[in-house]
Design a protein around this ligand. Sequence first.
Ligand SMILES: O=c1ccn([C@@H]2O[C@H](COP(=O)(O)O)[C@@H](O)[C@H]2O)c(=O)[nH]1
Length: 233
Amino acid sequence: MSSTIVVALDTRDRLAAKSIVAELAPHNPWFKVGKALFVSKGTAIVEELMENGANIFLDLKFHDIPNTVAEAARAAADIGVRMLNVHCLGGRKMMETTINSMADLSSRPLVVGVTILTSMNQGDLDEVGVREPLQEEVLRLARLARDSGLDGVVCSPQETELIKSELGSDFLTVTPGIRPAWSATDDQSRITTPADAARMGTDYMVIGRPIIKHQRPLEAYESIQKEIQSAVQ
Ligand SMILES: O=c1ccn([C@@H]2O[C@H](COP(=O)(O)O)[C@@H](O)[C@H]2O)c(=O)[nH]1
């Protein structure tokens, strides 16, 4: 199955966000609302985008005690977002409580767990006191997320194959750290091209700056889409 592109609307500017959404509308991609847009424009922008039919991944990476995360996640589910995330490091009880908080919903958003941020490398991990090899740590957290009832994880596309082979192909991988050959790496560390991510079986590719900072976002989007399609043909 082909990967779904999720465009990260990393801007504080409502009009800039809306202009990208309008430009990409013919392709009906998913959009990700993260901390910058949410903190500046709140639930209003999420609701506004959804009114126009957009599928929204609310990327607030909840990390707190179980009750607090579950309440926040339930509030996001009630708005109608299609995907939300929590940090796996919040632990089993936090993830289980979050899923349980939506048990009465006939359809709930996908809930995915952030493993190790794609901006981090092995040295960064050592520095915060995690001595395991990075891929082992990602897999350990992914297994905990799966056992706690989550639908998948946020990881680097470099880890997709490992996670799918160990935890099953239905366990979703949502991967930032996507960089076409023509774009800058920025602050990302564990990256692949869209073609490699597609070949490795990533389910959702989260892509921000290569599209939204491009002079012509639609052209960038279509070039990435073409790259993905030819990789999996
Ligand atoms: O490990 C993670 C988790 C989330 N992100 C988010 O994805 C996008 C990536 O944007 P780019 O501009 O394509 O780098 C961004 O919103 C991050 O907050 C991540 O990069 N890594």
